[in-house]
Every structure is written in C-alpha cells, then in structure tokens.
Design a protein around this ligand. Structure first.
Ligand code: ZN
Length: 156
C-alpha cells in the first residue's frame, strides 16, 4: 500500500520519534508499505515520520536492495563529504549538505536481529539523512546552495 508522504510544514516532521519497543505485525506492515511508497516516489530512503508515524524506523535502498532498520543509531562517523541531496517531504528542492563520508550504524532488522552496517558513499548519506528525520531534522536545516525547481516556484 502506498502511503501519503507528509510534506514540509507538517508538524510530524519536527517530532522526536519514539523507539520501537516490539516488532509487531503493524511495524512489519508499516516497513513494507514504506518501501513500496519509497519506490513509487523514486526515493532512496524514507523514515516513518515522513508517513506520519513518529517511530524510529527507516528504509533505504540505494540500488543494492532494500534495508529496513529499527532504532538505528550512528555508532561512529569518519571523514567529511559535501553533496547535493533532496527529500521526498520537500519535493523540488535540493541543497548541498556536508555529512560524514563513512558511518557505522547499528539497529535491529524486522526479525529482531541486531544489524551493524558499515556504509560509505550514497548509502552513508542516505542513512544519515533518514536518521536525522527521527530527530525532527530536515536536510534544509543543514544545506547550503538551496535550489528550488522553477515548476515548484510557480506552484504547479
Ligand atoms: Zn528526507
């Protein structure tokens, strides 16, 4: 099921998301629907607050297959790299954000197993972007050279 993606200005995007305490069937369904919604919108990541549910659940796929992480946490970060990024909640807007080049992220998968991910490149960027969402942080808070597409400015 494709879910409605909450847009910039919706208060849920600014909430501190709550940890997932139990992997219920509802959480599994939510994760599946979030992936479906992300693919339908041609995104590389989605966080639960973006579909109106402030819990610590993210999905990411940068082309290497879907990753679902519950209660993700950045354990360590190395290096620094700047690149342009966007957000499904802020359509038509991009900006340059400086992030860690590599991160180690730990979390739990849908079977309740602990997962530790060493990520670089786009995956590292996507994970940091999605984990920011769980703290109510949006990329435009950190971005420079923010560009808004002409069609969006015209309100189309
Ligand atoms: Zn986003």
């Amino acid at each position: 099921m494709i879910l409605e993606i909450k847009k910039y200005g919706d208060p849920v995007l600014r909430m501190e998301s709550q940890p997932v305490r139990k992997i219920t069937p509802e959480i599994k369904t939510l994760a599946r629907n979030m992936l479906e919604t992300m693919y339908a919108a041609s995104g590389v990541g989605l966080a639960a607050p973006q579909v109106g549910i402030p819990c610590r659940l993210i999905v990411v796929d940068v082309g290497d297959g879907p990753i679902t992480m519950i209660n993700p946490q950045i354990m360590s970060a190395r290096g620094e790299v700047s690149d342009r990024e966007g957000c499904l909640s802020i359509p038509g807007v991009t900006g340059v954000v400086t992030r860690a080049e590599q991160v180690t992220v730990s979390g739990i998968d849908l079977d309740g197993n602990k997962v530790v991910l060493d990520a670089g490149g786009l995956l590292a960027r996507a994970l940091q972007h999605e984990i920011d969402h769980l703290a109510g942080i949006l990329f435009v808070d950190k971005a420079r050279d923010i560009v808004q597409e002409e069609s969006m400015r015209a309100g189309r």
